[in-house]
Design a protein around this ligand. Structure first.
Ligand SMILES: *Cc1c(COP(=O)(O)O)cnc(C)c1O
Length: 454
């Protein structure tokens, strides 16, 4: 066999393993068994002194690794707001892996730079955001929040006559950062990374669905960033985007929206109203690896003021080309060398089209409503208004709810996690996977009710 034949055999064999894994997803236990995780531990020895054949490496990964995975790509994992991988997106991931493009510079990797640009333009239009906005393809919504807030930090300090990238935060005019009591922890983490402090924030109280109380927004003066949320990670609720954007802008503040999954509601006629006013903000963070169902890690920051994002992220060096030669992805991202994650986003959008995206979002929300209805019919309480794909269910007191969740996880038919919502312990159901069908919802509901009724 020559080298090409050996590679072909390896990759075909690996494709066969991956296909078998995917085919097994709907019949296996969603959580891996403790035995499978223990078996993987047999690889936990010293690093080998010499080489092994690629075939044996992949055989070990598949034989020991595959059973030790959580079936997150499957149709009955509802534990976090994460999807699986659409067939076109997964296949595009394989192909882009083979391309191995270092997707930093347009003139070096023009193909992937262009695919990213197309995906960005499509998403900006899908979300109804300002057409000339800049975008950054990053690892997830955490880094997308980081990028949006870095652009915000630049802009509000530039207006105060301070160049934060050049001169740092020591001695800079103070920035007031306003968040809601329900801001996602990734927002406060990003604030910490940016030197603005995780705790140095003004917190606005929320209502019973976790929405920022717009009327409680404090008076705004001086450099200010207001962080809002489109899609609460527990309830799916949206902050009052339009009114708070208007009030914040009147006072000269920058508004950043964490729309990790909620912004996708803008793609659906029947849900778009939830996002009313979102386009008035200045920056937005979202994920593609959640509701669009592309492989990890894939998030996106969108920023109205292109120059602000570029000022925060771009580097210039003698050996690097300038943007006049095309959109350099690395002018907008914290990373320089990185994989071309926009390719999978393009593939997902091309394969679904507008109607397919809308159907995916709508369908998963319908599944969430069915869960809520099934639990209510059985006499359990739903703690949130099911406006999106999130359902919080209580099985009674905290101990009972925790016991039921543990038993559901061990049973393996489905998998959900635990949360605390406004003083109550709840099971959190997030429906976000393209592969979930009505029969999966019924099968999961049946298992959950059976276990809860024991
Ligand atoms: C998931 C999520 C994040 C964090 O996203 P990652 O992709 O995990 O970094 C931030 N905000 C909200 C509202 C989320 O749901």
């Amino acid at each position: 066999m020559d080298a090409n034949d050996r590679i072909r055999e390896l990759l075909e064999g690996t494709a066969e393993r991956a296909i078998r894994y995917l085919e097994g997803l709907s019949s296996r236990s969603v959580a891996p068994s403790p035995e499978a995780v223990a078996a993987l531990n047999s690889l936990h020895g010293p690093m080998p002194d010499g080489p092994s054949s690629p075939e044996s490496v992949l055989a070990a990964l598949d034989t020991l690794g595959s059973p030790a995975t959580m079936a997150m790509a499957g149709p009955r994992f509802f534990g976090f707001v994460v999807g699986g991988s659409l067939p076109a997106a997964l296949a595009a991931n394989w192909l882009a892996g083979a391309w191995d493009q270092n997707s930093a510079l347009a003139n070096v990797t023009p193909g992937t730079a262009l695919l990213e640009q197309i995906a960005l333009e499509w998403l900006i239009e899908l979300f109804g955001l300002p057409p000339d906005s800049a975008g950054a393809f990053v690892t997830g919504a955490t880094m997308a929040n980081f990028c949006g807030l870095a652009a915000a930090r630049h802009a509000v300090l530039a207006r105060a006559g301070w160049n934060v990238e050049a001169d740092g935060l020591f001695g800079a005019p103070p920035i007031t950062v306003i968040v809601s009591d329900e801001a996602h922890p990734s927002v406060t983490k990003a604030l910490g990374l940016l030197g603005m402090g995780r705790n140095r924030v003004v917190r606005v109280p929320v209502d019973e669905q976790g929405r920022m109380r717009g009327e409680a927004l404090p008076p705004i003066a001086g450099p200010t960033i207001v962080c809002m949320q489109a899609g609460n990670v527990n309830t799916g609720a949206f902050d009052p985007l339009a009114s708070v954007c208007d009030a914040a802008h009147e006072a000269g503040a920058w508004v950043h929206v964490d729309g990790a999954f909620g912004i996708w509601a803008a793609a659906v006629d029947g849900l778009r109203e939830l996002t009313h006013g979102i386009a008035r903000a200045d920056s937005w963070a979202t994920d593609a690896h959640k509701w669009l169902n592309v492989p990890y890690d894939s998030g996106l920051a969108i920023v109205r003021d292109r120059d602000a994002l570029k000022a925060a992220m771009a580097v210039s060096a003698e050996y690097l080309p300038s943007e006049s030669e095309g959109r350099n992805p690395s002018d907008f991202t914290p990373e320089f060398s990185r994989r071309a994650r926009g390719v999978e986003i393009w593939a997902a959008l091309q394969s679904l089209g507008r109607s397919g995206v809308a159907d995916l979002i709508e369908r998963t929300c319908r599944h969430a409503r069915r869960f809520a209805q099934g639990f209510r019919a059985a006499g359990y309480s739903i703690l949130n208004d099911v406006v999106l794909n999130q359902v919080l269910v209580s099985f009674g007191d905290a101990r009972t709810t925790e016991r039921v969740i543990e038993e559901i996880q061990a049973d393996g038919t489905t998998w959900c996690g635990r949360t605390h919502w406004q003083g109550h312990t709840a099971m959190r159901i997030s429906v976000s996977c393209w592969a979930t069908e009505e029969s999966d919802v019924e099968k999961s509901l049946e298992a959950m009710l059976r276990i809860a009724g024991r």
